[in-house]
Design a protein around this ligand. Sequence first.
Ligand SMILES: [Zn+2]
Length: 481
Amino acid sequence: MTPNYEAVVGLEIHVQLNCETKMFCSCPNRPGDEPNRNVCPICLWLPGNLPRFSMEALEKATLACLALNCQIQKESAFDQKVYYYPDLPKGYQLSQFHRPLARNGWLDFARDDGTRQRIRIHKIHMEEDVARLVHEKEGRTTVSLVDFNRAGTPLVEIVTEPDMRGPADAMEFLRSLRIQLRYSECSQCSMEQGTMRVDANVSIRLRGSDALNAKVEIKNMNSIRHVGDAIAFEIDRQIACVKAGEPVITHTRLWDPDARITSPMRGKFDGPCVPDPSVPRILVEDEWLQGMIGRMPEMPGVKAERFMSRYQLTREEALQMSSERDVSRYFEDVLKQKAPARLAAQWIGTQLLPLLKEREETLENAALSPNRFAELLIMIEREEINANAARDVLRRLLESTASAGEIVEQCGYRQVSEAGELAALVDRVLAQNPSAVENFRKGVAKAMGFLMGQAMQASGGKANPRVLKDLMTEKLSSYST
Ligand SMILES: [Zn+2]
């Protein structure tokens, strides 16, 4: 009998805080600028310069901790994490090892089967980033260059408990974490742009056991899908090891997204972590913390529940309207203009957002104010225009400053709902298509769709589809008797 294994997965997530400056100096926090532009003696780590801790880094880090339901520690401190590598010429990284900023958080996510799963956060600590190494060819010689723009930029590292049981858990947790952190506006959390980086610790055990066996750390993952793929690969690799009678050895591996495998990585020399004497201890006062709590917005989970109860959205609609802060804001602004809620959610989710994505625009920079969009929604609700025409009006709204009403008049989109007018049109279409009518009578289902299409075309796309269908059904039933 094959033993039944389960995976034990914990994550370490580095998140770059969107502060104006670096963590210990006033250089701009813009790692993507031309190399070595944003540097000074402090972040070049030249001897004899004292770090000056940034209050904004503490604020943004605290927002991240609050978004993940952590307990902010009254007192925390920086340590020197000692190792030597060309990306860290001063020989140590300032990081909170012994006394992190926050502990004991949690975050829930929904599994595919609808159950909610809680992942515990062990701790969140602040640290400075290291420099970036760039390996290039100069002629035939391989050279390694160092870019200090990233040196000293503010990070938090989020360490979870090993509460995930496989790739799907890790991926859902990361999606949920990203939504929470973006809401608190402490980071963009873009894995593509490197503002969120993930390491995973993976081990396996017999199902039902609560042992924590030797774990393997996988580094270098820059998309949520890669995290899932790498964990899945690693679980299979460890099961194969155990079945072959070989022990799983604790070490670090790298994920290669092209080859879709993990491979062993040469470890950096990890030295001790000793208390740093140059950065003062951080003492968090109650009053200051209350101020930070007051800065937290209504979080997406609470918001989604409110959208369901207050606006009668389905769960799916509510999740879509609440998962990004700018979308939720726009949705409620549109409702303030008296647009119907469910129609607004559906049109924002299925039409407006995909259209903006296609045009590479965002809700903030698109030229579509909530009241112009609301006017369109109200016209749809009143059946003054049909869905096809409305989609075209939406495109034109993004390209002009005209109102929805003006565009509808200009394009002659006003929907024909008047039954007398449509009845004459239906009669004409039925008379012109005797074979389709004959097919309908024989029970060919698609004949109805064909005749509807013909009638809609004859109306220039302006017929109210509901009224048209009622009339068509009525006329055809009289034909068939
Ligand atoms: Zn600097």
